[in-house]
Design a binder for this molecule. Sequence first.
Ligand SMILES: Cc1ncc(COP(=O)(O)O)c(C=O)c1O
Length: 373
Amino acid sequence: MPLSWVEIDLAALRHNYFQARERLASGTRVLAVVKSDAYGHGMVPVARELAAAGTEFLGVSKFWEALELRRQDIHLPLLVLLGVEPADMEEAIRKHVRPVVFRLDHARLLSQCACSLQRPAVIHVKIDTGMGRLGVPWERVPGFLDELLALPGLEIEGVLSHFAVADEADKTFSELQMERFQQVLQQFSNRGRPVRYAHISNSAGLLDLPVAHWQLVRPGLMLYGSPPSTMLERPAALLPVMSFKARILQIKDVQTGESIGYGRTYRVPRPSRIATIPVGYDDGYSRLLSNRGQVLVGGLRAPVVGRVSMNMITVDVSHVPDAQEDDEVVLLGTQGDARISAEEIGDLCGTISYEVYCSIGRHHFKVFNNASA
Ligand SMILES: Cc1ncc(COP(=O)(O)O)c(C=O)c1O
């Protein structure tokens, strides 16, 4: 076993997927967002599990992620949320990978590739209805459609947008985005090209805005067991999927007044037992947790004392008399009755659970538990 590792509970992933599914009308499809290595959870095993559970689409951000899924024999329709670069367009069409399109020059090139391959390029068109990030600005859609709809070889399978604040209690802006989105969809219909899959809902939209489901929803975070915020009206009973664990490398008795770690930021106030854990900021355990974070040892919370360094932290285990070298430590997850959540770590670091999962998941050896097959 490595010095530290990540465990992924695939049964919890399935549970969360069914929490999403049971909120949807029978015809609504699910595009599970597995970009960024499934938010650090391991893209291929997560995709396999979600495919087995019944998800109809998978979403990645970059084309190479789609290629990796195809290489691993995952045959579901794949949507590349950041679009596909011109050099990859032919291969995308051949591999049935759907680019998101938001630029006419890309649409023209895709059309050319489709014509030369004599196969349609299946695309989803992205509209910016207020996120202010990627997509055709909603007011410019008529002019965009004049050109797009004239291009041969393109099959417009979907039209999507993205919510900016669906996770907030006040849904006024989300309602405005929905209104704009509906107007855009109407423009497709008016031109004789009704949209098969309209989609705008992330986890927050899926949970809190049933009127925003249209034909397809795009949950990410909720599948991994975190609520998109604490302000939702209709939260779900989600189960955390990722745990982060390590073993105690050394325990020392330290005398009053001695200092711990770089910068000598912690002075031991009384005779203490200090455990060194082989996890640091290179392992996704942020340096912002210096003298602030807590870990679980023997089912109890133990404070991080001193600075987080690149590969180690130091933890006061004086109140856990049974703690021994090689004992398991939980940095994220559950031990006995105690739990440390990604939200707790995120709050301490001034960030969100999304970033905590991505950072911890990035470098780690992963153990996948409870696979369905
Ligand atoms: C375009 C798009 N759709 C859906 C999602 C999933 O969002 P969430 O993880 O909040 O459910 C994301 C994630 O950032 C996204 O970028």
